[in-house]
Design a protein around this ligand. Structure first.
Ligand code: MIC
Ligand code: SF4
Length: 641
């Protein structure tokens, strides 16, 4: 039997396990990427592993998230990242060079390789047939140290594309259609593999929009074949020598199939406050829009912004609407500057921002109170924009540009004749803003600012786990709920004692103090605990506060892995009705925890209620050893060297 594309790359990188769905497998990782908001921790962790140089083929450290320098913290982090990269064999993409996923696609990605990134949108690389996966920073640090990446073998879903899109229908509409059909949980434990005649209708940047936003399905990753489009893209980046053709075998099998006829799609938007609340622009209607933001790792490629510039050319942004544009990379911005498209944007009244994440992660450009913001981004969770009562819609760049001109949500088909944009034959490929690692690493001093605090490390798992339930929560708690982001809190990503003061700050501001006073304890959650971003601070900061276990109905993939990595037990109820029987403040005891982990169930005594209940841990032997050691870092230090 033939293999599908995902199986081909997985089998080429398989270090342990077999490719049966759900089984734990280990993959060799060829390349890693980090961004600054998760990178400082990842490199502190790598440093603590005591390995002199990264063992990957390529590791790149990007600065793109924390670029508002309203205090010394972010600038200090940039300096730390630059020096530690130089010392340990890592390439450093300077602030201003662009958003990690965009730059990696342009300058480093290679079809057929594995990429592990400390950011949930790492699957962008699937646009050029990489197996690109998002993970917590510690998993990325372990990969840099040469260890394989462990995950459960995902099911592979074949999304068969047929036909051609109508004029003004964008790649964003394709992924919005997938989200509409499958929902934000529809991709959990799955790889979305695109195939069919319709693939030829999509350029590489368009494919990257689709694989990028596959993260919003909860998918492990998404991938397109490597074909003539891929070759031309690699060639235009001066990297044709890394191109290989790659596609599924003709007789490949898939776990399931979804058919999409591209010719039936029309311009769409995800409505507030979820990327799967999708409807057509026509159905939503011409609602008044106060702000339009174009950019992010989803929709800020050269072709995206060229089309935006062409729409804006000779027009003015509506008097009641603000337009902000953040190009995805310095390459994109320089191309636009040199060919005049940037002038068309500026002349139309667009506010041009840095080539960073910017408004997407709440680093500036928060909308006004109660207003409507149309964004070309990938997430519209409530409050993520920085304004709790803003209504954020996610659209393609054409809809966003048309909306900026008319001041109301506008279907780009109303603009008239379609504007064709060709990929240039050659991009400007100047990598001077990417600093190669030092040839004399022993001479490099790692510079740490006062906000960069040593990494807290947990002790071995004790015999008895006891404490009170500090917080009881319902379903779908996001990592933004656990460890909020935004311009105020993000600068503390390298300072766990300081950032831990904000754990659950939007839900229960007294949580951190209570946890510290009581010497830690337990958290109770509902289904899908920890959905959203890959930020490991949502595990690391609770660990610092002494959290011993999370008892929930179910967990999101990356967050569960992060909890294990930091020695926090992720436990699920055997009988979900027990959730109702326990309350905040109840005293719990788990006796003989290390010994009992050998079985698949643990007994928890609720001392307050004088009752017992059972929980499962679902940990593999390797994960049990990690938890027993007090986390992955201790495990690596003691067992791998
Ligand atoms: C995001 O889009 O939420 C982020 C910021 O890129 C996160 C990473 C982080 O929290 O640092 C992600 O998606 O992983
Ligand atoms: Fe940056 Fe937004 Fe992309 Fe996250 S989703 S990497 S914050 S642009």
């Amino acid at each position: 039997m033939g293999k599908n594309l995902a199986q081909k790359i997985i089998s080429n990188h398989l270090v342990a396990g077999t490719m049966s769905v759900g089984e734990e497998i280990a993959l060799k990782i060829d390349q890693t990427l980090t961004q600054d908001a998760t990178g400082t921790m990842a490199y502190l962790q790598f440093e603590a592993m005591g390995i002199p140089k990264v063992k990957t083929e390529l590791s790149v450290s990007y600065v793109d998230h924390n670029t508002l320098q309203s205090g010394f913290e972010n600038a200090d982090d940039h300096r730390f990242l630059r020096t530690i990269a130089s010392k340990y064999g890592i390439y450093f993409s300077r602030p201003g060079n662009g958003i990690c996923h965009q730059v990696h696609l342009e300058r480093f990605g290679q079809p057929g390789k594995t990429l592990l990134g400390s950011d949930s949108h790492t699957p962008t690389g699937g646009g050029i047939a990489m197996l690109a996966i998002g993970a917590g920073g510690l998993d990325v640090a372990a990969a840099m140290a040469g260890m394989p990446f462990y995950l459960n073998m995902p099911a592979v879903v074949n999304i068969r594309l047929s036909g051609k899109r109508q004029p003004w229908v964008s790649a964003k509409d394709v992924i919005l259609e997938v989200l509409r059909r499958l929902s934000v949980k529809g991709g959990v434990g799955k790889i979305m593999e695109y195939s069919g005649d319709g693939v030829a209708d999509l350029s590489v940047p368009e494919r990257a929009t689709i694989t990028n936003m596959g993260a919003e399905l909860g998918a492990t990753t998404s991938i397109f074949p490597s074909d003539e489009h891929t070759r031309l893209f690699m060639k235009s980046q001066g990297r044709e020598k890394y191109w290989i053709p790659l596609e599924a075998d003709a007789d490949a099998e898939y776990d399931s199939v979804i058919d999409i006829d591209l010719s039936t799609l029309e311009p769409m938007a995800a409505k507030p406050h979820s990327p799967d609340a999708v409807d057509t622009i026509r159905n939503i209607g011409p609602i008044k829009v106060d702000q339009v933001a174009i950019g992010s790792c989803t929709n800020a490629s050269y072709t995206d912004l060229m089309r935006v510039a062409a729409i804006l050319k000779g027009k003015k942004v509506h008097s009641g609407t603000d337009l902000v544009i953040s190009p995805g990379s310095r390459q994109v911005l320089e191309m636009l500057a040199r060919n005049g498209a940037l002038a068309d944007m500026v002349s139309a009244g667009a506010r041009i921002l840095e080539t960073t994440c910017g408004p997407c992660i709440g680093m500036g450009q928060a909308p006004s109170s109660g207003s409507v913001s149309v964004r070309t981004f990938n997430r519209n969770f409530k409050g993520r924009s920085g304004t709790a009562d803003a209504e954020v819609y996610l659209t393609g760049p054409e809809t966003a540009a048309a909306t900026a001109i008319f001041g109301v949500l506008t279907d780009p088909r109303d603009l008239g004749g379609f504007i064709e944009i060709e990929l240039p034959e050659n991009f400007i490929t100047d990598d001077e803003m990417i600093i190669a690692p030092s040839k004399e690493p022993e001479t490099v001093e790692v510079l740490r600012g006062p906000n960069i605090k040593p990494l807290p490390v947990r002790k071995e798992l004790p015999e008895t786990l006891s404490g009170s339930i500090l917080l009881k929560l319902g379903d779908n708690i996001t990592t933004d709920d656990i460890m909020p982001a935004g311009a105020k809190i993000l600068p503390l990503r390298s300072n766990i004692p300081a950032i831990s003061k904000f754990v659950f700050s939007n839900i229960d501001p007294s949580f951190p103090e209570r946890a510290l006073q009581r010497g830690g304890g337990f958290i109770v959650g509902g289904h899908n605990y920890g959905q959203g971003s890959s930020r490991e601070h949502a595990a690391l900061a609770p660990m610092y506060l002494g959290i011993k276990a999370i008892i929930a109905k179910s967990f999101a993939r990356i967050h569960r892995a992060n909890l294990i990595n930091f020695g926090i037990l992720p436990l699920t109820f055997v009988d979900e009705t027990d959730w109702e029987q326990i309350d905040s403040g109840d005293e719990l005891v788990i006796k003989n925890a290390p010994l009992n982990l050998a079985g698949d169930k643990l007994v928890i005594e609720n001392v307050t209620k004088n009752k017992m209940f059972q929980v499962k841990h679902g940990l593999s032997k390797r994960q049990i050893d990690i938890v027993l050691s007090g986390g992955l870092l201790n495990y690596i230090r003691t067992s791998v060297k």
